[in-house]
Design a protein around this ligand. Structure first.
Ligand code: GRF
Length: 177
């Protein structure tokens, strides 16, 4: 069963829901994440684990991991989750946590990947699905898809379309293992 971590609008979560993947739980660090409404609409248990409610990041991550494990989660997908995870969470799901990122990693890690690619003047950027470790977008790459920067007006839309296509594909394959 899959656990999905979100912080934002949740279009990647929606792509996983639409692919009929077995999502057991959705968790967010923000109670105002629109992604939680998508989970509600799909009848998926969801909960917010706000950092402010815990002594520290490890305590938050421990409770989050326990909540997932109680629901049978054995594969974790970060779909626009904007916090780094500590070993308190990572060690519970060895080699079973993946993230989707809007660049061809290791180029342009971090929260502003599309803007950074534009500022660097590259002709091609893209999308990466990778394993998650303690670093910022540093884990081993599973799949990448290039996206040309031009036409620039539709770059964001084309990157998201690529994410919504390859993330469910990779997750489907990982579910089979
Ligand atoms: C996506 O572009 C993802 O690659 C990045 O954050 C964005 C999340 O969008 N990590 P959404 O919440 O899935 O709509």
């Amino acid at each position: 069963m899959i656990g999905v971590l979100v912080s934002g609008t949740g279009t990647n979560l929606q792509a996983l829901i639409d692919a009929r993947l077995p999502i057991a739980a959705v968790a967010s660090n923000r109670s105002d994440a629109a992604a939680l409404e998508r989970a509600d609409a799909a009848g998926i248990p969801n909960r917010t684990f706000a950092l402010e409610s815990y002594a520290d990041r490890e305590a938050r991550d421990r409770e989050l991991a326990e909540w997932f494990q109680l629901r049978g989660v054995d594969l974790v997908v970060l779909a626009g989750y904007m916090h780094l995870l500590t070993p308190a969470f990572l060690d519970r799901f060895p080699d079973r946590i993946v993230n989707v990122h809007p660049s061809l990693l290791p180029e342009f890690p971090g929260a502003r990947a599309i803007d950074d690619a534009l500022a660097a003047g590259v002709e091609t950027t893209g999308v990466t699905v990778h394993y998650v470790d303690e670093g910022l977008d540093t884990g081993a790459v599973i799949r990448q898809e290039p996206v040309s920067v031009e036409p620039r007006e539709t770059l964001v839309e084309r990157i998201h379309a690529a994410e919504h296509r390859i993330l469910p594909e990779v997750v489907t394959e990982l579910c089979a293992h």
